[in-house]
Design a protein around this ligand. Structure first.
Ligand code: G3H
Ligand code: 13P
Ligand code: ZN
Length: 311
């Protein structure tokens, strides 16, 4: 089937009390690992591409890899721009075959965020493409934006209705305590998500799909494998999976996961390279990384998102 937008996926996810996984893709093995897992579990899927991914792999290669995955797997897939920094990048993805884009104006003030989001929405909708925006600021690093934990800001529920009305956006990413990257909390810290803010937001904009960024759980198994096979990775913990399950049952229809895939891929490659220093056929280590990505995505779909069998 051709690429789809997220409209139908989100409607069903909202009504069914589950969420769609939005996984970042950067190369063939990552695309294969994710889509094989979703295909086998008959799960709807969002593949997302950041500005950095486009710079690394090239827009056309990524689109064609996703098109190949659609031929190999009979599931609905949306191709989404993650953290679109400006109108030009969003337009390039809209014109270049994406079915969904994020315009991330979260670092602007409220009025400017509305202005940049509205401009993208008008163009995207004229081409049948849907738009995600963000209100509030997550801590962490993505592309060239680095927000410290002190500067992170929860989304203000009293702003969401006006923002959605004025922009016409299709989904909204909110900040309730998640953060980007593999170092969200130090061991011993107690991760907390502001479900009270999420509830308040969903009351203000009923039936509106909410997006959670920074939702990796930072598998301790993969952190350990990396550390024990020559990696220099500080101990850290992520968002507990039971909190993500709770979010998936609520208005959260899209959950973004990248760092967990990076850890899975790295653990697989390190394990092969460390135990077999003579290995120099990239297929030998990449296939182990790919298998780890597939295992992580299958686990997320079944145990966290609850979207298996929903395609
Ligand atoms: O939220 C950001 C994603 O993890 C993408 O990261 O910008 O390094 O590709 P990236
Ligand atoms: P993680 O770093 O928690 O995987 O978040 C990814 C993300 O939000 C991509 O937009
Ligand atoms: Zn993000």
């Amino acid at each position: 089937m051709p690429l789809v937008t997220t409209t139908e996926m989100f409607k069903k996810a909202y009504e069914g009390g589950y969420a769609i996984g939005a996984f970042n893709v950067n190369n063939m093995e990552i695309v294969q690992g994710i889509t094989e897992a979703a295909g086998e579990l008959n799960a709807p899927l969002i593949l997302q591409v950041s500005k950095g991914a486009r710079a690394y792999a090239n827009h056309t290669y990524l689109v064609k890899l996703v098109e190949a995955a659609l031929i190999e797997n009979d599931i609905p897939i949306a191709l989404h721009l993650d953290h679109g920094p400006d109108f030009a990048t969003c337009k390039s993805c809209i014109d270049g075959g994406f079915t969904s884009v994020m315009i991330d104006g979260s670092h602007y003030d409220f009025e400017k965020n509305i202005e940049v989001t509205k401009e993208v929405v008008e163009y995207a909708h004229s081409k049948g493409v849907v738009v995600e925006a963000e209100l509030g600021q997550l801590a962490g690093i993505e592309d060239d934006v680095n927000v410290s934990a002190d500067d992170a800001q929860y989304t203000q529920p009293d702003q969401v209705e006006e923002f959605v009305d004025k922009t016409g956006v299709d989904s909204l990413a909110i900040a309730i305590g998640t953060s980007h990257g593999a170092f969200k909390f130090k061991p011993g810290q107690k991760p907390q998500l502001r479900f009270d803010i999420l509830d308040e937001i969903s009351k203000r904009i009923p039936n509106f799909p909410i997006v959670l960024h920074g939702a990796s759980s930072v598998s301790q198994e993969y952190v350990k494998i990396i550390q024990e096979h020559g990696g220099n990775l500080a101990d850290a913990i992520g968002i507990p999976e039971d909190m993500l399950r709770q979010a998936a049952r609520s208005a959260v229809c899209k959950i973004n996961i990248d760092s967990d895939l990076r850890l899975a891929m790295t653990a697989g490659i390190r394990e092969v390279m460390w135990t077999n220093p003579a290995a120099f056929d990239p297929r030998e280590y990449l296939k182990v990384g790919r298998a780890n990505v597939k295992a992580v995505v299958a686990h997320k779909i079944k145990e966290v998102l609850g979207c298996d069998g929903k395609a």
